[in-house]
Design a protein around this ligand. Structure first.
Ligand code: SF4
Length: 65
């Protein structure tokens, strides 16, 4: 039985580094993506951000097989 009368469940934080997958708290002493040092490093590096953006765009594009 849910403790929320509206039946809502808590948010399911997603890992920005593994699109589509939940945050598994794989880094030491983190409470989620908001204080994850790996996410911070990735998102504060322009080249890595661009690489991520390119990877996301190509992985979402339909394949021409
Ligand atoms: S701790 Fe950081 S790297 Fe690990 S799953 Fe969560 S957001 Fe991703």
């Amino acid at each position: 039985m849910s403790s929320d009368p509206a039946g809502r469940r808590p948010p399911d934080p997603r890992c920005p580094l593994r699109p589509g997958e939940p945050c598994t708290l794989c880094q030491l002493n983190v409470t989620g993506p908001q204080d994850c040092g790996l996410v911070y490093l990735m998102m504060s590096d322009e080249e890595l951000r661009d690489l991520r953006r390119t990877h996301l765009a190509t992985s979402r594009a339909p394949r021409g097989d």
